[in-house]
Design a protein around this ligand. Structure first.
Ligand code: UDP
Ligand code: MG
Length: 320
């Protein structure tokens, strides 16, 4: 019997590109011998006709499945839903906009058959992105890697193949602020990379505005590191040390010189500095507490409105 590979595609307002993506992936399915490909599209509450288009494809092709959310829950929940529903011996994650070339999936499958459990795509270059996106992504991955307790590969997105045993581990992780590329690094097993050139979007606009990018970046850093908390302790000690030095200086000025009435500027600077350090520290603390709060509410990660082509009974929701 053939092995099955599931391909998970999160889609949010991808009407302009979705037909091409389905076509490309169906072509790939036909050109790969010895494997059955299951295509799982997760419609993340699109406001355009992405859902209608996907519905049509899922009726035409028995290997096209559609999971539709009740609203926009975000990229990582969409990917998580696809991974949950996937039944393959391996699962591939790929964006809907064809920025990651689908033909690389063949190479990923080859490496998987050689014994690797995770094959991830590392971007050698990225075409058609704004200078801001390039610079912020570059620094984000480097800072994240420096802070994280597990090494997270640089310049690597979610485009990857994962063996069933990794997928099962991922599904068993209940956390709500999901940063999948980091979670997969944390899981371990035998991982390797393929280097590739990332294309510009085939059509449409990016669905990651600055606001979503910031949330995603914070999730990555705060879920994989407590170093920011240590940083606030460090800042606290530094500002205390500076305060003590200033104290000595003040006493010296008062006793040994005759111009001691001056010093308003230095007092103001010290006050502002300490106030700033305190606010930053409280902010960092707040971010962790907000995440604990989110986890403790224990709401489902997403709500499924429609499930087409997959014989699943949970029409309402599922979380872990
Ligand atoms: N996406 C999603 N939900 C969102 C935002 C994005 O499912 O809230 C999907 C989107 O349709 C695409 C993938 O996530 O398939 C990556 O988004 P995009 O290409 O816009 O990000 P970029 O490549 O610009 O970082
Ligand atoms: Mg994209």
């Amino acid at each position: 019997m053939n092995k099955t590979v599931s391909i998970v595609v999160p889609c949010y307002n991808e009407s302009e590109v979705i037909d091409y993506t389905v076509e490309e992936l169906l072509n790939l399915a036909n050109s790969i011998d010895g494997y059955d490909l299951e295509l799982l599209f997760v419609n993340d509450g699109s406001a355009d006709d992405t859902e209608a288009k996907l519905l049509k494809h899922s009726k035409q092709h028995s290997n096209v499945h559609l999971i539709s959310f009740s609203r926009n829950f975000g990229h990582q929940p969409a990917v998580s839903a696809g991974i949950q529903a996937a039944s393959g011996d391996a699962v591939v994650l790929i964006d809907a906009d064809l920025q990651d070339p689908p033909h690389l999936i063949k190479d990923m499958i080859d490496l998987w058959q050689k014994g690797y459990d995770v094959v991830y795509g590392t971007r050698e270059s990225r075409e058609g992105e704004s200078p801001f996106k390039l610079a912020s992504a570059k620094w984000f991955y480097r800072i994240l890697n420096y802070l994280s307790e597990v090494p997270i590969p640089l310049d690597t997105g979610d485009f990857r193949l994962m063996d069933r045993q990794v997928v099962d581990q991922l599904n068993a992780m209940p956390e709500k602020n999901r940063f999948i590329r980091g979670m997969v690094s944390w899981i371990g097993f035998n991982q390797t990379s393929i280097r590739y050139q990332r294309n510009p979007r085939f059509a449409g606009e990016t669905k990651y505005p600055l606001r979503k990018m910031l949330k995603f970046g914070l999730d990555g850093i705060l879920s994989f590191s407590v170093k920011p908390l240590k940083l606030s302790i460090f800042m606290g000690f530094t500002s205390s040390a500076i305060a003590i030095l200033m104290l000595f200086y003040t006493v010296y000025v008062r006793l040994a010189t005759d111009h001691w009435q001056s010093g308003w500027a230095s007092m103001l600077v010290a006050m502002l500095f300490i106030g700033g350090v305190q606010l930053i520290s409280i902010g960092i603390l707040g971010e962790y507490i907000a995440r604990i709060y989110n986890e403790s509410k224990n709401r489902p990660l997403y709500i499924v409105k429609k499930n087409v082509g997959k014989e699943r009974d949970d029409e309402t929701s599922q979380s872990s």
